[in-house]
Design a protein around this ligand. Sequence first.
Ligand SMILES: Cc1cc2nc3c(=O)[nH]c(=O)nc-3n(C[C@H](O)[C@H](O)[C@H](O)COP(=O)(O)OP(=O)(O)OC[C@H]3O[C@@H](n4cnc5c(N)ncnc54)[C@H](O)[C@@H]3O)c2cc1C
Length: 299
Amino acid sequence: MQPISYARVNDVEAAVTLVGGDPGSAFLAGGTTKIDLMRLGVEHSDRLVDINALPLADVEELPDGTIRIGALARMNDVARTPIIKERFPAVSEALLLGASEQLRNMASMGGNLCQRTRCSYFRDGVSPCNKREPGTALVAFDAIVHAAGVSGERAIPIDDFYLPPGDTPEIEHPLAHGELITAIDLPSTPLAARSLYLKFRDRQSYEFALVSVAAALELDDGSIADARVALGGVGTKPWRASRAEQELRGAPPTEESFARAAAAELAEAQPRTYNAFKVALAERAIVRGLRQALNGFAA
Ligand SMILES: Cc1cc2nc3c(=O)[nH]c(=O)nc-3n(C[C@H](O)[C@H](O)[C@H](O)COP(=O)(O)OP(=O)(O)OC[C@H]3O[C@@H](n4cnc5c(N)ncnc54)[C@H](O)[C@@H]3O)c2cc1C
């Protein structure tokens, strides 16, 4: 048995100072990932610094229309907040399709971004592994992650928050030790109000995505003025489908355009033997997501 100690903090500065000043300390929010990993022997911290008393659990609208989600807001609470349901339905749906009711009541948004890979090799505590899979809908809408550390505050675009494995696969995000996520901003984007999120998995609940897609369309005079598409479960980071979006802009909103966009996105995919099925699945997921987004206009 390895001893650990526990501390509770009431303000951001104390949290950052305690963890930042001690390589053996780690933040504890809902504990749904951290405690699991410590029990599995995959991670160890000498001290857990409980951040649940920090005033970071609100969801609020800023004067410019941005929605600011506090890092300690729980997944279920965010998903059911009226302004999230109305303005970013894909974010609400993605949250409600994650984990289970009980876990979502505990799991914080900041902890969600920092969860480690769900790869079973990583989690067995013995095998080498460098993969992981969260956050599709936030990537589709250019979310910004706010963080506070011993050297000040900074804002990180969500697409830069997840790092490709490269030569340092153990480093999954750019936060320094002791840097605390304080909030996640969703900049105002009118097309997000007609967005949706679809999750394809081996069973219908309590399961991670084989492939997920967040999609949104904006139409103008019979053609696609703008589109957002992002995929989950297909890479080491949530995947913004920029090529598909580029193909869609200016095209007519038809099945042919959707299929062409999906094919363009996946054209350079490099699957391995046992995940090659994901290429076809991702293409179909994009087409279905866009079709349903289009149907939203008729509704
Ligand atoms: C069985 C199971 C199924 C799941 N299914 C899904 C799913 O389908 N989809 C999905 O998205 N997730 C899923 N999850 C993951 C779940 O969403 C995360 O475990 C949860 O969001 C983590 O939040 P937490 O508050 O519990 O974090 P904790 O476990 O407290 O912390 C997780 C990590 O983040 C760090 N941390 C926490 N808060 C902050 C902060 N504000 N700033 C910096 N670092 C911080 C901690 O130090 C720790 O390293 C599942 C988890 C389980 C156990």
